[in-house]
Design a protein around this ligand. Structure first.
Ligand SMILES: Nc1nc2c(ncn2[C@@H]2O[C@H](COP(=O)(O)OP(=O)(O)OP(=O)(O)O)[C@@H](O)[C@H]2O)c(=O)[nH]1
Ligand SMILES: [Mg+2]
Length: 448
């Protein structure tokens, strides 16, 4: 891996363009913000506002275009370097949030020498200036994209550096262990005694334990970002659509006593304890009686193929053969519905009994869904990890495992430690390839 840009050491930082963008969403609003960052901010400010506002004070100003005509008026905020979001000189113009006005203000900034910012470019600069590490920069986008309060809270914790410092703590222990090992490398093999090896083994085990802990919290937290695909499946008429309506809290799917009511797959986004889920109602599985039902069941199959969790719905107290066409595969939980019709029914271990009609057992069902998805905590201490972070942590763990097998061979041991360290460094952006950075920031919105 070619390590490219490093925080705070960007060679171009003195000769950079000045960038500008509308930072508020498109459309009409009470206020719209244009943000400008870069060395030309003072010059642009004098062209637009007639002067540079006092640092970090809200100043009322009239915004003028290149011909000196007033285009809007509002508040101007100036943040001198390095104490700004990007670490550069930043000017924020808060005008009236109409699309025409905002475009005119942006146009005036471009005419005065700025260029249009690319998606995520402000945050990318913050990263390059060392204001944020890569995991924190990603947390900015995750906070904006958060689909639940829990996800937002977890993103905010990452933004404030909680995830990064857990990673850094692992990295610094690895640095110590590497230093110790490198020192050993200078001795001939036979002089490295058992004491040193035992010490290294103990330190390695310690790092590994901590890494496992971080990984577990990250796996759990990743559910908050990506959500879980939960599919309701089973024979016709068992109450799949009724359960979807109950879990969604509104009547989304058609429910009738006629077997074969649902023809099409219906997706409904819901949340359980802040974990976002996509709940999918499907056509009941049986020998199809017509073309529409046949097509419906093909959709059921493709939903099942994509499921993280299948809720196989059965009727309580009515033993029946397994539904036709339910391929083994995704993790499944059996849900016995219509408990109100069979109040004596006790579900077997691992299954849940509910009544979509009375709501009985619904809390158990919600808990079972979260447990099956791997969510165990209240969400307070999880890390809102991305797939990229999970892969890096897993790779670091593999190298630590490999290192344990190489305690008798210092060179190999040292090399595995180096690789584990590099994997962790990729999370915070200490060692990160340029194209990866491009990928990460290009998914941001413009103006962030
Ligand atoms: N008593 C009782 N009836 C229920 C319960 N859940 C569903 N029903 C009834 O069972 C019938 C079928 O319900 P649906 O939700 O349409 O069943 P489904 O599994 O979606 O059926 P298909 O779409 O045909 O595959 C309806 O008459 C519901 O009112 C329950 O918990 N108790
Ligand atoms: Mg149905």
């Amino acid at each position: 891996m070619e390590s490219a840009e490093r925080p705070g050491r960007d060679p171009d930082s003195v000769s950079r363009d000045t960038i500008a963008a509308i930072a508020t969403p498109a459309g009409r609003g009470g206020i719209g913000v244009v943000r400008i960052s870069g060395p030309a901010v003072p010059a642009i400010s004098s062209r637009l506002l007639g002067s540079l506002p006092a640092p970090r004070h809200a100043s009322f100003a009239r915004f003028r275009n290149a011909r000196g005509e007033p285009i809007d008026e509002g508040l101007a905020l100036y943040f001198p370097p390095p104490h700004s979001y990007t670490g550069e000189a930043v000017l924020e113009l808060q005008g009236h949030g109409g699309p025409v006005v905002m475009q005119a203000v942006l146009r005036a900034c471009l005419d005065a020498g700025a260029r249009l910012a690319e998606p995520g470019e402000f945050t990318r600069r913050a990263f390059l200036e060392g204001r944020l590490d890569l995991a924190q920069a990603e947390a900015v986008a995750d906070l904006i994209d958060a689909s639940s309060e829990q996800a937002a809270r977890a993103a905010l914790r990452s933004l404030s550096g909680e995830f990064s410092s857990a990673i850094q703590s692992l990295a610094s222990q690895l640095v110590e262990l590497r230093a110790l090992t490198e020192a050993m490398l200078d001795f001939p093999e036979e002089e490295v005694d058992a004491l040193h090896r035992a010490d290294a083994a103990a330190r390695l085990a310690q790092v590994k334990r901590q890494l496992d802990h971080v990984l577990a919290k990250s796996r759990e937290g990743s559910l908050l970002r990506s959500g879980i695909h939960v599919v309701l499946a089973g024979r016709p008429n068992v109450g799949k659509s009724s359960l979807l309506n109950r879990l969604a809290g509104e009547d989304r799917a058609i429910v009738t006593p006629i077997a074969g009511t649902t023809r099409d797959a219906l997706r409904e986004p819901i949340q359980i304890q802040g974990v976002p889920l996509t709940l999918v109602d499907t056509a009941g599985l049986r020998e199809a009686s017509d073309t529409i039902e046949q097509l419906g069941m093909e959709r059921t199959q493709s939903e099942l193929a994509r499921a993280d969790l299948v809720l196989l719905v059965e009727e309580a107290g009515k033993p029946a053969p397994p539904p036709v066409g339910l391929a083994p595969g995704a993790q499944r939980t059996v849900v016995y519905n219509k408990l109100d019709l069979a109040p004596q029914f006790k579900p077997p271990a691992g299954a849940v009994a509910v009544s979509a009609k009375t709501g009985q057992g619904l809390e158990d069902l919600r808990a079972a869904i979260l447990a099956a998805a791997g969510w165990s905590s209240t969400g307070e201490s999880v890390f809102l990890a991305r797939e990229r972070h999970l892969r890096a942590l897993e790779s670091a763990r593999e190298h630590l495992d490999a290192a344990r097998g190489e305690l008798a061979r210092w060179e190999f041991f040292a090399e595995e430690l180096r690789l584990a360290h590099a994997a962790l460094g990729a999370i915070t952006g200490e060692f990160t390839a340029d194209d990866l950075l491009g990928q990460i920031f290009s998914r941001f919105c413009i103006g962030k």
